[in-house]
Ligand binder design. Structure first.
Ligand SMILES: [Zn+2]
Length: 315
């Protein structure tokens, strides 16, 4: 019998930026101008935020799900010194899409700028700077046993599966949104093509009460889809027919990337948000039998695409 040579799939290296790059934008909740600087970082450094206005260790915040404190409107990181950084999820989703493992994110305020309400401007920024491979293997978190979070009519399950795929369903009484479902493979290329441009959304009737709570002060038609009654107020309409559910996937991808590495598994979510995404990571990573570290290869995402289909349904 002829011996069959088994070729081990090539492992993938960690990545960081080729050089620093900066941008300026508005804080979604504070409404203030924010400067953000992205800097290359060493292998195994992870994604780390640093507040330029708070010196020393007190201003440092690791992008880690255990540091998430407030999930009311966005995913906010906080440390024991009381330092906070809000609205990290759209940037984290972009870093997932750009396959960046190591980065220092410097900010001069307590929020990541909202840009256009999606991940696309951050991906553009990273692509402008370029990325380089580093001398360390890229690792992922492989799901071995299903984990579920249930909360009223909201439910999210993360189960073992090839690559990373998600099914998401939202169901709003509002006719402009309605019921939307999507199921798709979420390898970084698919995220870039199908999800990264989907913007955050809100309702006009909620704006006054949010502002009274000190939230959404920087929110405008430039950085969110705004729904009023059954109408979309944005002049140019939607970027995708089902932009709302696609943005829910974007938030999920960003929240999951706070695990510290890509997650390999199959997600099914109904009406969930930041709070549930974070609770799911806590539930998964607290159970050593439910997951393991695995080195990523060129074939890591190959299996997910065969089964996943992209589609939506609206009532
Ligand atoms: Zn969002």
């Amino acid at each position: 019998m002829l011996g069959k040579r088994s070729t081990k799939p090539r492992t993938i290296a960690q990545r960081t930026l080729k050089g620093p790059i900066a941008c300026t934008g508005t804080g979604l909740h504070s409404g203030r101008k924010v400067e953000m600087l992205l800097l290359p970082a060493a292998p195994n450094h992870g994604i780390v935020f640093r507040r330029r206005d708070i010196p020393g260790e007190n201003g440092v915040l690791k992008a880690d799900f255990r540091n998430v404190r407030d999930t009311r409107m966005c995913s906010m990181l906080a440390n024991d010194a009381g330092t906070r950084i809000g609205t990290v999820e759209h940037l984290m989703a972009a870093l997932y899409g750009a396959e960046i493992d190591n980065l220092t994110v410097e900010l001069d305020a307590d929020e990541v700028p909202v840009m256009d309400g999606s991940s696309a401007p951050f991906l553009f920024l990273v692509d402008c700077a370029g990325t380089i491979e580093q001398a360390a293997p890229r690792r992922a978190i492989e799901v071995l046993e299903p984990v579920t979070i249930e909360d009223g009519d909201a439910r999210i399950t993360l189960a073992p599966g090839a690559g990373f795929a998600a099914e998401f369903e939202i169901d709003f009484k509002n006719a402009a949104i309605g019921r939307q479902t999507i199921r798709m493979g979420l390898e970084p290329g698919a995220f870039r093509r199908e999800i990264a441009r989907a913007r955050t959304f809100g309702f006009e009737h909620e704006v006054a009460s949010l502002r009274a709570m000190g939230l959404a002060r920087g929110g405008s038609l430039d950085n969110a889809v705004v729904v009023s009654g059954e109408r979309i107020l944005n002049e140019d309409g939607l970027r995708f027919e089902d932009e709302f559910v696609r943005h829910k996937i974007l938030d999920l991808v960003g929240d999951f990337y706070l695990a510290g590495a890509p997650i390999l598994g199959d997600v099914r979510a109904t009406r969930t948000g930041h709070r549930h995404n974070n609770a799911l990571l806590h539930a998964l990573l607290a159970r050593p039998e439910a997951w393991r570290w695995t080195e990523m290869t060129a074939e890591t995402y190959a299996g997910a695409l065969a089964d996943a289909r992209l589609g939506h349904a609206s009532d």
